[in-house]
Ligand binder design. Structure first.
Ligand SMILES: NC(=O)c1ccc[n+]([C@@H]2O[C@H](COP(=O)([O-])OP(=O)(O)OC[C@H]3O[C@@H](n4cnc5c(N)ncnc54)[C@H](OP(=O)(O)O)[C@@H]3O)[C@@H](O)[C@H]2O)c1
Length: 202
């Protein structure tokens, strides 16, 4: 049984991973919404730096951290407000760097980043989202060269979650999809030591 902290567990990939991994492991549930599960949870806006300190003081050590929380708004660049561009960069990029900086001493094993295929490919209608994932990919690629922590990046294609409810433009059917179960299987393989690759495209 491992100790696993997951961010962004209120819905989608994080919610699915949290509930499935909780069957076999101790899960620390990091979300802005209550889980209604009998689980140790931290109700947290990941952009609140003080709360990262609070989590760090509350938890002794964890084996794995899955940094999953993220936002996107899929629309023409000029239609997305400046506040939303800021939110994307703050949430997807800065909060993960700040979390890693404050919390890394508590991690005994691995950080798993739930990234996106958009961290490697250009598209349209997701310029600042894609930028946030490109930057974060650069962060992880460099961190792995200097850190004792194990680091993995998982890059799904489109996954059917609430993520697309923010989209003004229909995305379903336009891109290849990744079944959410493939992400769980990859995380399980990492935990069991079967998956060693730094970056896993799904
Ligand atoms: N769905 C896809 O097609 C897809 C494809 C590739 C990669 N991804 C990546 O997968 C990750 C999860 O996405 P998803 O598809 O599961 O979307 P989702 O259902 O919208 O889940 C996103 C999660 O992030 C949380 N979150 C966002 N901003 C937060 C904040 N400031 N503080 C705390 N939690 C916050 C949300 O919490 P609230 O409910 O409180 O907002 C929610 O739990 C993202 O990093 C995304 O980039 C998704």
């Amino acid at each position: 049984m491992k100790k696993i902290l997951i961010t962004g567990t209120s819905s989608g990939i994080g919610n699915f991973l949290g509930k499935e991994l909780w069957k076999y492991h101790t899960v620390y549930w990091v979300s802005r919404k209550e889980s209604l599960l009998d689980i140790q949870e931290f109700l947290w806006d990941i952009n609140d730096e003080n709360f990262v300190h609070h989590i760090s003081e509350s938890i002794d050590t964890v084996d794995y951290v899955i940094l999953n929380a993220g936002v996107w708004y899929f629309d023409r660049f000029e239609n997305i407000s400046l506040d939303k561009h800021r939110e994307i960069i703050q949430t997807n990029l800065l909060s993960n760097i700040i979390f890693t900086h404050i919390f890394s001493k508590k991690i005994t094993g691995w950080i798993i980043f739930i990234w996106s295929i958009s961290s490697k490919k250009s598209g349209k209608f997701w310029a600042s989202y894609s930028a946030s994932k490109f930057w974060l990919r650069g962060f992880a690629m460099n961190l792995k060269n200097e850190s004792k922590l194990g680091i993995h990046i998982i890059n799904p294609k489109v996954v059917k979650t609430n993520f697309h409810h923010h989209s003004k433009i229909e995305i379903q059917g336009k891109f290849q999809e990744t079944p959410i179960g493939d992400i769980l299987n990859t995380v399980a393989d990492i935990i069991e030591g079967k998956e060693k690759r730094f970056e896993i495209d799904l």
